[in-house]
Write a new protein. Structure first.
Lengths: 423, 462
């Protein structure tokens, strides 16, 4: 390993110990990890990399950095690989309610969150360090919550609430109508609001005029009564999410199941513009390739399973995830099925799609940074770069190879699972 | 659609410009307007060199159908084809109007309200197009088999009003409805005239008037009955004659036995030539099914549409009786004596008219939608395959590109351009195979050479 004399800036612990120590000395909450290969996702593959973790965050990440003496350092074996903690943006783990089939956009998945459920610890140990939980049901079941898979209270668990509005759209009159109605109600509210505003403005003017008349009689300070504050009418709970979509405070994750649904979605949306991503459950004969170009043109994120599907009515393989990327869409993966055992083999399943032609970096990104973006957390986590939450996984080899073991999981700077000498 | 509309608007404003500025229209403005028009590039499709069966017009050998923005712009010979036009070589093949399946299920993928449920990517739609069908009716709505597109697919949201003619009570009730409604309608028409003079006059009461029957009598919608028995058919025919409306009768199995009455009633029949019904042996009069049904009805003046017995793509059961075999079913009508032309009408213009979309589809006429199929032989021949299907001026089916039938008698690839004429001595067989195979095989050497020249000419055109 060649270490170039690059400076590693460390805030408080810049003391250099003259005598070499065998054991890394405890120096604040610092830990350095030296690895031959680090898949940073945001900056590609780093070789001979050093990751400095400080107080639960990545302080510095770079190639061929020197680690100052005194900082506990973990030297990983040559063929071990470090990847960011996985993000599953679309899960129902630990949730057990069943939703309706109507439009309940105001329902929050966080309301059914039960802290301390065993399953979260299991997920964390399987490498899923961030989770998006969506509300159950058909139609428009409500808004998802982003959580840390640990913690005893809701406050500890919830990273961000109301991260996306889940909408299920199928080729039928009722689901299209539901979506249209949501925005029609938002229209109605906006109209009502505009009227209320106009009325308020008028009232204010009248008051002013009146005061002016009064002022003619005797001089009084008019400041006092003039600063009435306009309060807009309160929208109904089920209208607010649609207003939030419009003003960009909320984004939507729209689930479609086939190519035709996408056209019906565009038809139902009409001129409405807001931020949305797509969730497409890939069935074995998915026909979504028909609209791949259209989806690519829009460039939205597409959340799919890592699955190689078949050309309908044949046994010919199709790599839809790769095709979607080629068409211009941004790929995000969910595990093949929403269970702990499947999350454990998530990387291996993605490995199949990589073997079938998907770009490796795109695949890694689709399990980390992109799902984090769906949850609106891509500034905070999802890749190994300085300033982000120190969530990382250490594999005993290429993470896409089935022979590689998940050696350790670091969550917010601490190893939550792993082999003894890593702790 | 949008584009033509805009062009028209452009022309209108051009006219307005002339009006406003009198004779001296500013040349600059004119130019600007023309430029605007040019920005809206029309989409052209030229189907060239096929033997065109127009349906309502003549049969044009080796003619060209030119579509502009989905509508037929011109049909004929030596047409000016814009350079940017997409071309479809139908040389040696035949061009027919897209077929109309008067009733089907599953081809459009959806169920219920078609506008919200059509699946323009479903494999059933491809199979429907492979069968030559470009327009069909499903759950009483009419839509086109537009692949990959929702816009403009639905032609009509209500095709028929279904009326029931069955049971003594039901028949009596229906007759009463017609009587009351007809009486009302007469009174209303009379009132319409009288009220012009006497404004105080009261409008006749609508009591007991059936809105469906009223729509039928006013000619706003066609009434559809389902009947096969001779008695029922007679009943419907007499009802129609008495109240003056044209009934559409689905089934019409024993129609041949009462064809005169049906003809007088102006009935329209939806028949399945291979329909089986045994004669009631206790009766002396004619009855039961007949292969001649379609032919006899046609001769009696009844409009005939043909539909197979199974309305969906059905790969099980007895082969050749599902919607995929609309053409074969029409062939059976020919077997029973229906003229070939009328048999083709029975799966194109006749059903289109019955569905109320005869002004849009069902024949190849200038101004109508460019929905056509290109076949490798006579439409009603059992060996014939649909090679191409075009809907609204867009190629939506190409046999060689689709999974289903590309392996059966593959279409010969267009002959590769020859650098030099082939020597008479070493003429390779494969050139012949590439061209129209059958005919040339039987002809002599000289003819073969002619054929060659023909091929070269075609290449030159391309």
């Amino acid at each position: 390993m060649i270490i170039l004399p690059t400076f590693l800036s460390l805030a408080a612990t810049a003391t250099v110990f003259p005598e070499p120590t065998l054991m890394p000395a405890a120096a604040g909450d610092l830990l350095a990890i030296r690895a031959r290969t680090v898949e940073s996702v945001s900056d590609g593959t780093l070789t001979h990399a050093v990751i400095l973790v400080e107080e639960g965050k990545f302080a510095t990440v770079g190639e061929d950095l020197t680690v100052e003496r005194g900082i506990p350092t973990l030297d990983l074996p040559e063929d071990w690989v470090v990847v960011p903690g996985l993000v599953n943006a679309y899960s129902r783990q630990g949730m057990d309610s069943s939703g309706g089939s109507g439009a309940d956009p105001d329902v929050l998945a966080s309301s059914e969150l039960y802290p301390g459920a065993d399953v979260y610890q299991q997920l964390l140990e399987a490498g899923v360090t961030t989770l998006g939980l969506y509300p159950a049901g058909n139609g428009i079941p409500g808004q998802a919550v982003a959580i840390r898979p640990t913690g005893d209270t809701l406050e500890e668990m919830i990273l961000d609430d109301a991260v996306y509005l889940k909408i299920i759209l199928r080729s039928n009159a009722s689901s299209k109508k539901m979506l249209r109605k949501g925005f029609e109600e938002a229209d109605a509210y906006e109209e009502k609001e505009a009227k209320a505003r106009a009325k308020w403005d008028k009232d204010q003017e009248k008051k002013k005029k009146k005061k002016k008349d009064d002022d003619d009689d005797e001089d009084k300070e008019d400041e006092e009564e003039d600063d009435g504050v306009y309060t807009p009418p309160t929208p109904d709970d089920d209208v607010q999410p649609f207003l939030d979509l419009r003003n960009g405070e909320l984004s939507a994750l729209i689930s479609i199941s086939k190519a035709g649904d996408y056209l019906h979605l565009l038809d139902a949306l009409g001129e409405e513009e807001f931020s949305w991503d797509l969730r497409i459950p890939l069935s074995s004969e998915a026909d979504i390739f028909h609209v791949a170009d259209k989806i690519g043109e829009r460039g939205c994120r597409v959340l799919v399973e890592p699955r190689v599907t078949r050309q309908p009515s044949t046994m010919r393989q199709r790599n839809l995830p790769a095709e979607l990327v080629e068409a211009g869409a941004t790929l995000a993966f969910v595990p093949n099925s929403d269970s702990v055992s499947n999350q454990k083999v998530w990387l291996r399943d993605v490995g199949h799609v990589v073997a079938a032609g998907l770009d490796r970096q795109t695949a890694l990104r689709a399990m980390t940074l992109e799902p984090a973006a769906i949850l609106g957390l891509d500034e905070r986590l999802g890749s190994i770069s300085s300033g982000k939450d120190a969530n990382l996984l250490i594999y005993s080899g290429d993470p896409f190879e089935p022979t590689s073991r998940l050696v350790a999981v670091m969550f917010e700077g601490r190893f939550v699972t792993g082999e003894k000498d890593l702790r | 659609m949008m584009i033509t509309l805009k062009v028209k608007v452009g022309q209108l404003s051009l006219a307005a410009l002339f009006l406003v500025s009198g004779l001296s229209a500013p040349a600059a403005g004119l130019l600007a307007l023309e430029d605007e028009d040019k920005e809206e590039q029309p989409e052209w499709l030229a189907v060239t060199g096929g033997d065109v069966f127009t349906g309502t017009g003549s049969y044009l050998r080796g003619a060209t159908v030119l579509a502009k923005d989905g509508k037929i712009d011109s049909i004929g010979y030596d047409l000016f084809i814009p350079e940017e036009a997409e071309r479809l070589d139908a040389g040696g093949m035949r061009v027919y109007p897209g077929l109309v399946a008067i009733s089907s299920s599953g081809l459009l993928g959806g169920s219920g309200d078609l506008a919200d449920t059509i699946d323009p990517f479903s494999s059933r739609m491809v199979l429907g197009l492979a069968a030559g069908i470009t327009t069909t009716s499903q759950s009483n709505q009419v839509a086109k088999l537009k692949r990959g597109e929702l816009e403009g697919a639905v032609l009509s949201e209500k095709a028929f009003s279904g009326l029931t003619w069955s049971g003594a009570g039901g028949k009596r009730a229906l007759k009463e409805k017609f009587e009351t409604t007809a009486t009302y309608l007469r009174a209303y028409r009379e009132w319409e005239e009288l009220v012009k003079k006497d404004k105080e006059l009261k409008e006749p009461s609508k009591r007991g008037v059936d809105s469906t029957v009223l729509a039928v009598l006013e000619g706003r919608i066609l009434a559809k009955f389902s009947a096969n028995g001779r008695d029922d058919l007679l009943g419907i025919a007499r009802l129609a004659q008495k109240y003056g409306f044209r009934p559409v009768i689905e089934g019409c199995g024993e129609g041949w036995a009462v064809a005169d009455e049906l003809g007088r009633a102006g009935a329209m029949a939806i028949v399945t030539p291979r329909y089986r019904r045994s004669k009631e042996e206790s009766l002396v009069r004619d009855g039961g099914s007949s292969i001649e049904n379609a032919a006899i009805l046609h001769l009696a003046g009844v409009s005939v549409a043909v539909i197979p017995s199974s309305k969906s793509v059905n790969l099980g059961g007895i082969a050749g009786r599902d919607i995929m075999h609309l053409i074969i079913e029409a062939g059976f009508a020919v077997r029973g004596g229906l003229p070939e032309k009328s048999a083709i009408d029975a799966i194109t213009i006749q059903p289109a008219r019955m569905l109320g979309v005869g002004h849009r589809v069902g024949s190849l006429e200038v101004g109508k939608d460019c929905d056509l199929i290109v076949t490798d032989g006579d439409l009603l021949h059992y060996e014939t395959f649909v090679q191409y299907a075009v809907v609204d001026g867009k190629l939506v089916y190409d046999k060689q590109e689709e999974l289903w039938f590309s392996h059966i008698r593959p279409r010969p690839e267009a002959p590769a351009p020859e650098e030099s004429p082939v020597d008479a001595g070493e003429r390779p067989e494969d050139i012949e195979d590439d061209g129209e195979a059958g005919d040339d095989d039987e002809s002599g050497d000289e003819d073969e050479e002619d054929g060659d020249e023909g091929d070269e000419d075609e290449e030159g055109d391309d």
